[in-house]
Design a protein around this ligand. Structure first.
Ligand SMILES: Nc1nc2c(c(=O)[nH]1)N[C@H]1C(S)=C(S)[C@@H](COP(=O)(O)O)O[C@H]1N2
Ligand SMILES: [Mo]
Length: 574
């Protein structure tokens, strides 16, 4: 079949993308502001948390030293020694699977948490409301949003040192997400093995309380520890009540909640489970996700302290060798394991920076199929007028080309949307004609990869109508959207979408936002809405649509500007 003659009026200038993170080409460094939280109407540096921590510590120490010497205290501790001796069968020792999953879990969690912090640094604020309105955050390590200039979402990202975040640096969320999600998958698999083995063996009895006596016993453990009376330890067979409750909460509540609050941040999930996402909105999910991280850090600190305080030689033999032996072997091997984790820690960021493209490819291989599944969506969410966000973070660079400025000067009356490629009717559609096709409106939530979200009403022409005009051929599997603007690092901004997504009734090219002409900042004359995908796929300042069978030949072949340059994935329903 020959192509009808139509030549687009422009040639995309694809940015030559590297396969590594090239800091010369990257957003300049920006130091994080002090870490602060908001309480009782003002901001506090994180260090202030030490005050209640010390006060509670002193109260526990004094209170329990006093109470344990009273008659009531003596009897209470005698009655509830700290460990529940529940029904006959008990766990015995630490089998190999338990020891392996324990250490694997530890190594994986260090990677997942560090990549998670890196993601947070891309929008270093946490909110409870889905709007992400500046000033409503309860936690931040960024200055208040300046009011005297346009503050883009990317301006908000701060630099993470490479020893802490993975891969370190500023606005490396693309690489960080692949690391976060890929190791999440391993973490979940490891957790699944752990849980299955836990219940097919007798080991579940270590973690699952089976009597209400666990509560007074846990209190008794607290009293004993904080008055420096060490309770009788028999960790080989059973944990004390405090340990049991803590482990139970961590394994059966905190870990599953991490998964749920992680998924709840995805546009595909938020749209699919409307009823849930109204309450567990993206920002609330993100906040809880972070609080759980804090829980795990606290847990880890106490866990390691207790390992040493209660006899590290013995404890290491338990969890490394699975023996009761009183030797140094467990500690020696444990040290080697920890050294391995330390090497992994030190190598992770340099490796991820140097091999960013490989991280992207491997990540897509490991979790791409999950993303593909998530695109099988039917969004249940339509918001109402009163849900519209008072502030909608802008992103990108408003085009500055003479061509764009000339079109804008006359209200885009001369603008034509060029539609070409594998279609039977390539053409340049005059803007007026496009608007006359019939406007569709929808109130939806926008999910930026950086972490913020906002609700807006969009009015525009459905992609179905565009397809009706252009008549894409069956071999057209993707639609490419070219923009007037240059991406952050130079070169034409473009993005690729699957044809399936174009057919969805909510996919549209918007020319109105919140009932008014689409502002320049938000993409005038046209911006894309594909509601099951992240924000960066919603191309603004759209000038042309091309239908293609493949996208390997465009730019670095990753399916879009941010995909080429910032290592994002081309399927982004999460
Ligand atoms: N052409 C173009 N489109 C773009 C971008 C861009 O830089 N250039 N940024 C994207 C990103 S990352 C987001 S979150 C949304 C932001 O849309 P908004 O400015 O209307 O909030 O636009 C997307 N579309
Ligand atoms: Mo974004």
């Amino acid at each position: 079949m020959t192509q009808p003659s139509f030549t687009p009026s422009f040639k995309p200038q694809f940015k030559k993308a590297h396969d590594f993170i090239d800091w010369k080409d990257w957003a300049p460094r920006q130091r994080p502001a002090p870490v602060e939280f908001r309480l009782a109407g003002r901001w506090w540096r994180i260090g202030w948390l030490l005050v209640p921590a010390i006060l509670v510590g002193i109260a526990c120490l004094v209170g329990s030293t006093w109470v344990i010497e009273t008659e009531w205290g003596r009897q209470f501790v005698a009655r509830y020694p700290g460990t529940v001796h529940a029904p006959a069968i008990e766990a015995h020792g630490f089998p190999l699977w338990l020891r392996v999953t324990h250490w694997t879990n530890f190594a994986l969690m260090t990677l997942v948490f560090r990549a998670g912090l890196q993601i947070l640094a891309d929008h270093p604020r946490l909110y409870w409301d889905r709007d992400s309105t500046p000033g409503t955050e309860w936690f931040r390590f960024q200055i208040p949003v300046p009011k005297d200039r346009v503050w883009m979402a990317k301006d908000d990202s701060v630099t993470m040192p490479g020893w802490l975040g993975i891969p370190g640096g500023r606005h490396t969320v693309g690489v960080a997400r692949w690391i976060h999600f890929s190791f999440d998958l391993f973490w979940l698999l490891n957790g699944a093995v752990f849980l299955v083995m836990l219940f097919v063996s007798e080991q579940w009895q270590r973690l699952v309380p089976r009597s209400w006596e666990v509560f007074p016993n846990a209190l008794s453990t607290v009293i004993q520890y904080s008055s420096f009376h060490m309770p009788v330890e028999d960790g080989w067979i059973r944990y004390n009540a405090l340990q049991q409750l803590t482990y139970f909460f961590t394994v059966f509540v905190a870990a599953p909640l991490l998964l749920v609050t992680g998924l709840a941040q995805a546009p595909a999930i938020g749209n699919r489970f409307a009823r849930v996402s109204r309450h567990l909105n993206r920002q609330a999910a993100r906040s809880v996700h972070f609080v759980l991280l804090l829980w795990f850090i606290l847990y880890f600190a106490i866990h390691v302290t207790m390992v040493f305080v209660t006899g590290f030689k013995k404890n290491f033999n338990h969890i490394v060798l699975g023996t009761l032996a009183d030797t140094w072997v467990g500690f020696a091997i444990g040290t080697v394991i920890l050294l391995g984790v330390a090497i992994l820690w030190a190598a992770a960021s340099p490796l991820a920076q140097r091999h960013a493209r490989a991280v992207q490819r491997t990540g897509a291989f490991l979790v791409g199929w999950i993303k593909a599944l998530m695109e099988w969506w039917d969004p249940g969410v339509q918001y109402t007028e009163k849900d519209i966000s008072p502030h909608f973070w802008p992103n990108g660079k408003v085009p500055t080309s003479a061509e764009y400025l000339a079109l804008r000067a006359n209200g885009f009356r001369d603008f034509r949307l060029e539609v070409f490629g594998l279609c039977d009717a390539p053409q340049a559609i005059p803007f007026e004609r496009l608007k006359a096709i019939g406007k569709q409106e929808q109130i939806t939530m926008h999910y930026c990869i950086q972490g913020w979200s906002g609700v807006a009403k969009w009015g525009g022409v459905s992609m179905r109508a565009i397809l009706d005009l252009a008549k894409p051929r069956p071999e057209a599997r993707y639609a490419v959207f070219y923009s007037f603007d240059e991406g952050g690092e130079g070169g034409t901004f473009y993005d690729v979408h699957k044809m399936e997504n174009m057919l969805h009734p909510l996919s549209m090219l918007a020319f109105e936002m919140n009932g008014e002409t689409l502002p320049e900042l938000h993409g005038a004359p046209l911006r894309l809405r594909v509601e099951n995908e992240l924000g960066f796929k919603q191309v603004k300042w759209v000038r042309a649509v091309e239908f293609v069978a493949d996208f390997k030949h465009l730019g670095a072949g990753q399916g879009g500007y941010n995909e080429d340059v910032e290592f994002y994935g081309y399927r982004m329903p999460i």
